[in-house]
Design a protein around this ligand. Structure first.
Ligand SMILES: Nc1nc2c(c(=O)[nH]1)N[C@H]1C(S)=C(S)[C@@H](COP(=O)(O)OP(=O)(O)OC[C@H]3O[C@@H](n4cnc5c(N)ncnc54)[C@H](O)[C@@H]3O)O[C@H]1N2
Ligand code: MOO
Ligand SMILES: [Mg+2]
Length: 409
């Protein structure tokens, strides 16, 4: 049985990002939100596009105003008014100034802006009452923030509000992003029925497929829901064969333990899949099965118990999807330290994951254990959790108020 860290290393080594040439699509800027940029973006424009004013005030020549004081103001003749969006017509000569507003183009000849609070207007003249601190004050210089032709955005980043603003500024109205990874999902079990169907004795609702589809979508991928597959080898073989030919990642739940109806590993082998992981020393999630097909499609056989399926998804599948999606940084699982509000107990045999809610209390993270049973068969108290506290192998107790590692879901 692998340790969790060995399993993690094995899985993350097996997966590589989608191809940055073939696995891409062009989307409109407004549809690019949360997508992963496939190729670097450069612009032929500087930013700012041209020298412009950072203040409402007067565009001046620094040499004219550097000695100005309240008692001995510099007196300048106003030769032009320059609102934002207007191309200045005149050149500022010694002794002259232009009225200017925030964002307006700096006229030729001027090198400094004096904010209007430091001036006094007298008809066609302006009195500069305070000298600027330095030349160029309140001028946003052309190309100060970005030089045309250099890299504006690197590939492999997620496009959020700020990146979309940058793309808009560079007039990139269409962008090349990675296509969403396709994730096939199916549930195995003769006892399972879809949520709409009335239950016969012994049946249960297939909740895993719904949970996994939502989590897959939240991870930025496209779920391909293949339904419920009975615990029968021919049906399972058909489902797995279809899934591996139609997806980048396959997730099944159930059928990976040692019971007489647990056929998943056997069928993977009969389809020439390579099994890399058969069990992991974690609780819940011990029978997690990981395989690859034709060395590129990765198969996760998640345990059927609802908590086991979700915990193994958060721990291993979610980072895998993000890595496959092309993200260069930030696909890895995120752990933080928190103080547990309740004591946590385990038998110390497997790395144990407790579900609960992370609270930010006066700047300190606190972990609130979900009330009720922390059994892998219980899915009810998984609702409204957002984190998993982790207890290492060999550790049996973390007292309340002590520090614990917490995985963010
Ligand atoms: N003798 C042993 N028995 C079990 C072991 C073991 O080591 N020795 N491991 C236990 C652990 S740990 C887990 S976890 C489960 C994993 O079982 P499977 O992955 O084979 O899953 P199933 O047997 O098919 O189902 C387990 C459980 O989960 C319910 N289930 C299944 N699919 C769904 C679904 N889509 N939605 C909701 N609930 C589902 C199913 O009805 C069972 O109750 O094995 C232990 N046994
Ligand atoms: O590992 Mo199982 O997931 O403990 O119930
Ligand atoms: Mg079983």
């Amino acid at each position: 049985m692998l340790s969790v860290s060995e399993a993690e290393a094995t899985i993350f080594n097996l997966v590589s990002p989608l191809d940055n040439q073939q696995d891409t699509e062009i989307v409109d800027l407004l549809a690019a939100d949360s997508r992963i940029l496939a190729s670097a973006v450069t612009s032929q424009m500087h930013f700012p596009y041209w020298d412009n004013s950072a203040m409402d005030g007067y565009a001046v020549r620094y040499a004219d105003v550097q000695q100005a004081t309240q008692q001995q103001p510099a007196i300048l003749e106003i030769v032009e008014e320059i609102p934002a969006g207007y191309q200045p017509q005149s050149t500022i000569e010694p002794g002259q100034a232009a009225r200017i507003f925030t964002g307006a183009v700096l006229p030729a000849g001027a090198d400094t802006v004096v904010m209007q609070e430091n001036t006094q207007r007298q008809e066609n003249r302006v009195l500069i009452l305070t000298a600027p601190q330095k030349p160029q004050e309140f001028v946003r210089q052309r190309a100060a923030y970005y030089q045309a032709g250099t890299q504006l955005l690197p590939p492999g980043i997620m496009l959020n509000g700020a990146e979309i603003a940058v793309l808009a500024t560079a007039q990139c109205t269409q962008v090349s992003v990675y296509r969403r990874p396709r994730v096939a999902i199916f549930s195995t079990g003769n006892e399972l029925v879809p949520p709409k169907k009335p239950l016969q004795p012994g049946q249960i609702v297939d909740s895993n497929q719904y949970a996994l589809a939502a989590l897959v979508r939240q991870s930025g991928a496209e779920p391909l829901m293949l339904g419920i597959v009975p615990d029968e080898p021919p049906a399972l073989e058909k489902a797995i064969a279809y899934a591996v030919s139609n997806a980048d990642i396959v997730i099944s739940s159930g059928g990976v333990s040692v019971g007489d109806y647990d056929y998943v590993q056997q069928i993977i082998e009969s389809l020439k899949g390579k099994i890399h992981i058969q069990a992991v020393a974690m609780k819940p999630g011990k029978p997690l099965t990981v395989a690859t097909f034709r060395n590129q499609v990765i198969y996760f056989g998640l345990p059927g118990n609802p908590a086991s399926a979700l915990v193994t998804f958060w721990r291993f599948v979610q980072p895998t999807i993000k890595k496959v999606s092309g993200l260069v940084d930030g696909w890895q699982p995120k752990f933080i330290k928190a103080f547990t509000r309740q004591e946590l107990r385990s038998d110390g045999k497997r790395e144990t994951y407790f579900w609960g809610k992370l609270h930010l209390q006066n700047g300190i993270y606190e972990f609130q254990l979900a009330g009720g049973s922390q059994s892998s068969g219980n899915l009810i108290n998984l609702a409204q959790t957002n984190a998993l506290a982790v207890m290492s192998v060999g550790q049996t107790l973390i007292s309340s108020g002590e520090e614990v590692q917490v995985l963010l879901n």
